[in-house]
Design a binder for this molecule. Structure first.
Ligand SMILES: C[S@@+](CC[C@H](N)C(=O)[O-])C[C@H]1O[C@@H](n2cnc3c(N)ncnc32)[C@H](O)[C@@H]1O
Length: 195
């Protein structure tokens, strides 16, 4: 395991709110640059569901999890759709790290709704909105600012809580970036937001 996976990433994910024993969904996990430190934070009583549509990434992460003896990682290949094959209200933390720019507006909205469905009451949605206008814009974020992304998540029954900026994993290295934390809106508060 790398220093990011065992030390720096572990510290960062603890800072953003991950805790021992939690259930985490890492959607668009790639080769697991956040899955592995998340697995190290949550320990044997927790589980990380690591989901990606790329078979190569999924295979590489499965190999890594085996070599590193990470029994608390369940790697799942996705179809590329936004439907999550997890039960409702079973997840403590959803990570959307450096992945949302792959999805068009309608699919992002569906994905936020799915995140809200699988998250427990008061669950945490943590987003790394890389590749917006402020930060090497590409794909579906080529004309979106980070505040546009924040707004669309808030419009989907989440409340913005806090932003964490640090030297964090991107690609196979580290870069300066910010992760945005949102809390799932309590059911009784949701109608007010929809109006
Ligand atoms: C840039 S990588 C980020 C990987 C990891 N989250 C990280 O920050 O290191 C984005 C990943 O999201 C995956 N992805 C994109 N759209 C997806 C979808 N609809 N379902 C599942 N995975 C998706 C891609 O295959 C890719 O591996």
């Amino acid at each position: 395991m790398t220093e990011w996976e065992t030390v720096k990433g572990v510290g960062f994910l603890k800072e953003i709110g991950l805790k021992s024993g939690q259930t985490v969904l890492d959607f668009g996990c790639g080769v697991g640059h956040y899955t592995v430190p998340a697995a190290n934070v949550i320990g044997n009583k927790g589980i990380v569901y690591a989901v990606d549509k790329e078979q190569q990434a999924v295979n590489e992460l499965k190999r890594k999890a085996k070599v590193d003896n990470l029994k608390n990682v369940k790697v799942m290949e996705a179809s590329g759709q936004t439907k999550l094959s997890l039960e409702s209200e079973t997840v403590d933390v959803v990570l959307f790290y450096d992945v949302l720019h792959y999805l068009g507006k309608r699919n992002r909205k569906r994905l936020y709704q799915e995140a809200s469905r699988v998250l427990k009451q008061d669950g945490l949605l943590s987003v790394y909105p890389k590749h917006t206008l402020e930060d090497d814009p590409i794909q579906e974020f080529s004309s979106l600012s980070v505040s546009d992304v924040k707004q669309e998540i808030e419009n989907s029954s989440f409340v913005f809580e806090q932003k964490f900026c640090d030297l964090i994993s991107h690609g196979d290295g580290l870069n300066q970036g910010c992760v945005w934390n949102f809390r799932k809106l309590a059911v009784e508060d949701a109608p007010a937001l929809i109006l």
